[in-house]
Design a protein around this ligand. Structure first.
Ligand SMILES: [Zn+2]
Length: 196
């Protein structure tokens, strides 16, 4: 996920410009794992729970984290790299040093409302406001198969909800009006023609 919190919009606008410059200047470094792009139908697949947290899952999480940091993004779901298992990586910290790996995340509690301008590594260059819960409590397994609980609000809560949506085959643009979705598809198709 890419997210621009409206509460800090001037700061995030500057950050977005800086990130854009960085992304453009390091374009020749390809992310480790290829990221599916909306409206690829594989983004609609529903992920299945991980039954055994083995070295393959640990490698997947590590590769996803590397891909997310390099993109750069603040969250990535396995669905986006065409692996349909319930694995999410997130780092919504400013210092980029608070990696969260959520395996089989389950929403336990959610309340409140916040509207955040979201973006997505699968929907490059598109940002729009989405309404989400302000506060969430999520139960998950860590890489050592221990059950953990994360309580989040603000940007981290948005990011968790955005990535959990991916595991259900949902992209943030699915929250927007049909008219906006049609415009976004047309814009992305045009971008694909230019870069082809
Ligand atoms: Zn996303």
């Amino acid at each position: 996920m890419r997210c621009l919190n409206t509460k800090f919009s001037p700061f995030f606008k500057i950050l977005r410009s800086i990130l854009h410059v960085i992304t453009t200047s390091i374009k020749f470094f390809m992310p480790l794992l290829p990221i599916l792009r909306f409206p690829d139908s594989r983004l609609k697949k529903i992920a299945t729970p991980v039954e055994n947290i083995d070295d393959n899952i640990r490698r997947l999480a590590r590769d996803m984290a590397e891909t997310m940091y390099e993109a750069p993004g603040i969250g990535l779901a396995a669905t986006q790299v065409n692996v349909h298992k319930c694995v999410i990586v997130i780092d919504a910290s400013e210092a980029r040093n608070e990696l969260l790996v959520l395996i089989n995340p389950q929403l336990v509690e959610c309340d409140g409302v916040q509207v955040c301008e979201e973006g997505c590594l699968s929907v490059p260059g598109i940002y729009d406001k989405v309404e989400r819960a302000e506060h969430v409590v999520v139960r998950f397994l860590d890489l050592e198969s221990n059950e953990q609980v994360v309580e989040a609000e603000g940007l981290l809560a948005v990011c968790i909800q955005h990535e959990m949506d991916h595991l259900q085959g949902k992209v943030f643009v699915d929250h927007l009006s049909q008219l906006k979705q049609t415009r976004i598809k047309a814009k992305l198709a045009k971008q694909a023609r230019i870069t082809a």
